[in-house]
Write a protein that binds this ligand. Sequence first.
Ligand code: CP
Ligand code: NVA
Length: 342
Amino acid sequence: MPFLPGAVRDAAAPGRVHSVNAILEPTSTSLRGRDFLSVADLSAGEVGRLFERAAELKAEDRARREHGAPVATPLAGRTLAMLFQKPSLRTRVTFEAGMNQLGGHAVYLTEDVVMGARESVRDVARNLERFVDAIVARTGPHEVVVELAAQASVPVINGLTLREHPCQALADVFTMRERFGDLRGRVLAFVGDGNNVYHSLALLGSMLGVEVRLAHPAEYGPNPRIVAAARELGEGTEARLVFGDNPTEIVRGADVVYTDAWTSMGQEAETEARRDAFARFRVDEALMDAAGPDAVAMHCLPARRGEEITSGVMDGPRSVIWDQSENRLHVQKALLVEVLGG
Ligand code: CP
Ligand code: NVA
């Protein structure tokens, strides 16, 4: 599957679309057997369908936890391979627990089967497709997950690359929807690095008509190709992409103040330089006040408390960070059910 296909139009409402509710109107197109490497692989209507199913699965999970209500197991007998070249808490546990809760099984594979070292990506794909029904892969370079998807006959889900973190963005925008209802006119202000998480949020936010802002140091901006693709996805919606280097100005009037680590996995050699460059880009109580009284704080985690975000914000009343984290479970379960056709 090529990286960043052209702008995906809502199959339910092709052409110019002005209402965010219309944009999210679930479509009947199937995700069965499809790869999910980039947010741009989905149409807005498909996102709407995923959100609908995620809300159902969340309600079902609540009922199970609160009064032991029975749950459906649509993925009984299905297996998911999880190929992780980087550490993970949330992505690993939510996919594993999610498969288990849906009646299936997940196999976690780490450095001992590094793709391209012990055997080629092609050979890893050729084997796994004979054993399992789908693969979640967390790699460094995005090209590795693209190659894996091209070689494997089973669907491949991007569990994070240096370019994108699409499952994270789905959970984040689902969380915004829970919080705000209609996304129309909402503003998400990202403070920090124009990184993988920002890229996926810019793409998804643009597709759904959200204004996505970024306050970043000049030398740590986003990938221009992603920005161009996001702009294209946002055509006909109320979406805007806004950039600046002053966090206080960027967050003013925002509904969501979002941040992520200054140094992503794989960039550890740059940690010191980044700590200097990003020193002004910390989300603290004063920045939340600058955003406004109703703004909420988001972070994909893991957080370096005291660096990009203070504990006061993370643990304070304006944080929806733990909801965001929980929603990874529900949104990814919805994705698994749709992709595996349960
Ligand atoms: N947010 C997220 O993907 O966390 P992990 O790196 O722990 O999976
Ligand atoms: N930008 C971070 C996200 C971690 C979930 C990283 O890539 O390390």
